[in-house]
Design a protein around this ligand. Sequence first.
Ligand SMILES: [Fe+2]
Length: 334
Amino acid sequence: MKPLLILTERERESIFDALATISSNPYLEYQDFAASVTDLIASRRVPRPFLVALERVRSDRRDGASVVHVLRNCPIDRDLPDLGNDDPMARKHELKKTFIGEALLELCAQLTGTPLLAYARNRGDFFTDVVAIDRFSGTLTGYSDSELYYHNDRTAHEVRADYIALLGLRCPGKDLIYTGFIDGRDLLEECAASTLSVLREPYFITPFDVYSRDKNNSLTVSKRHPILENDHSFRYLDTSTTVAPGSPERAKDALLDMKNALTRVTRTRHRILEGDLLLLANQDGLHSREKVEVVDPTQVRSRWLLKTYAFRDEAARASHREKWLDGVPGRVAD
Ligand SMILES: [Fe+2]
């Protein structure tokens, strides 16, 4: 898809230099790190085109104009360690000594007014990695090297992000891997009215993903939930979300109608390049990963996106305040 903004080399370097002044470690002292980014914004060192673009993201989301955006040629760390595919998170903690990508993601979160969300299973980190992990190979999790059917992240969990940001750190040049996005409003339009009313009932369940089960084996399946919430939030993981035992026949009919709609509906596809920042709605839409053409499977396994989860605003974050871990706002247990 067409980027909302392509930073010039000078703008990219200017943001890089500003972010490089932050000395705190986002993994050890997140709140200090975030405060440094707040100070940076106040110091007016962020170039105006970048501020204007993020303000546009914010207004597009508010007005309903768009919930998916790309910013290109963003600054990223110059020295990126090799994470391997055994335990990339541990290697990142050990070897990544600069935090330009993390600071950029925090900057975007603050400029769009969407505070970040962290899960205990990711060590409570507010910045996580989309990197293939060997033991999840072939499974339906972002931590695999597989294609991913249309879904939202953490479908089965109680606390779910409103927005996701993905920053391309290492993106093999020859391989065509696309992130697909379906806007919830378009999916709504494709479904019959009778389907929508049934999708709003708690007739459905979603098994927890393999990564969550691996981290916490008490997690097996979600509570019964509606698929359709709010105006056009779809809580759904294709091929996994299903009708709960004992639900009426019309629940299965509605699910089938929605699956047909999912096949017909308009979608956006974006190939994340290094320095691309892809911002998308996690609940008011569904996303996917498609491996369109893989030239070098070994190279693909080195692909590395830095990722954040975010709440739509301060109020959405505050609604979960009883779940904070260690008193850190936005860090939750599940
Ligand atoms: Fe995802």
